[in-house]
Design a protein around this ligand. Structure first.
Ligand SMILES: [Zn+2]
Length: 245
């Protein structure tokens, strides 16, 4: 049976709380823990779609106490390069393409904000899924352990960081491995939220926590490695076809 993780990108003070809070309460009623991609110092105005919550970090501490994973989602969520990084998904990034020291400095700023708010955990979620080898090295230097991104259906290790795969915003019924459903709540319609709510209710038993996922160590065995390479080629070809239109 395949296992599922759920992650929320763009958790920031001005996010779509009117959509997020009911969905989050629904997940909690089912005992499901989420990965929350928290932006330490949001400077991306596109993420402000509702009234700013002044008690933002109080809420994050509540979620942390519930057992959600807090993943540092960049630092400012500003796109400063046109580099798509290792995964080659989007051609914009807060990190990929920058020098190691510059990346480390920005990451450290974000980490210090989260530490001061007592919500830092050693997990990372790259804005736009875009990071490069220097990002991974800087994360390792700053004592990060894992990030939510990557091809395939099993966690793997790159530059001493565990990559827990994230492929699509929906579930692929392949019957094995781990999949991470990625939710951009600001852009979700009411019907989209309804279908996610129905999906989590029906699949409640398949959900695991991020920490459980990290512990699944497959080494370099042949099936996970083949699936990773296969998913990379299929998704890249699919994205290329769409971007060609
Ligand atoms: Zn984002």
């Amino acid at each position: 049976m395949s296992k599922i993780l759920i992650r929320f990108d763009d958790v920031a003070p001005g996010m779509a709380w009117s959509k997020f809070i009911p969905l989050k309460e629904h997940l909690e009623s089912l005992g499901i823990r989420s990965i929350l991609g928290v932006v330490p110092d949001c400077q991306d105005q596109k993420l402000n779609v509702e009234e700013i919550k002044p008690d933002f970090f109080n809420l994050i501490r509540t979620y942390r106490d519930y057992g959600d994973i807090i993943a540092q989602h960049g630092t400012h969520h500003n796109y400063v390069t046109q580099d798509s990084g290792i995964l080659g998904i989007n051609n914009f990034s807060e990190f990929a393409g920058l020098a190691f020291e510059e990346q480390k400095l920005t990451l450290k700023k974000g980490k210090e904000i989260l530490l001061a708010e007592e919500v830092w955990q050693p997990y990372f979620m790259a804005p736009a899924h875009s990071f490069d080898t220097n990002t991974l090295k800087a994360l390792r230097d700053l004592d990060f352990h894992a990030l939510t991104d990557g091809y395939g259906f099993y966690p793997y290790i790159k530059e001493n960081i565990v990559l827990v795969p994230q492929l699509t915003s929906f579930y692929l019924p392949i019957g094995l491995g781990i999949q991470t459903i990625c939710i951009h709540i600001n852009a979700l319609s009411d019907s989209g939220i309804q279908s996610i709510s129905n999906f989590v209710r029906k699949n409640q038993k398949k959900f695991i926590s991020f920490k459980e996922a990290i512990e699944i160590n497959t080494g370099s065995s042949i099936i996970p490695t083949s699936l990773r390479i296969l998913s990379k080629h299929i998704l890249r070809a699919k994205r290329k076809r769409f971007s060609d239109k």
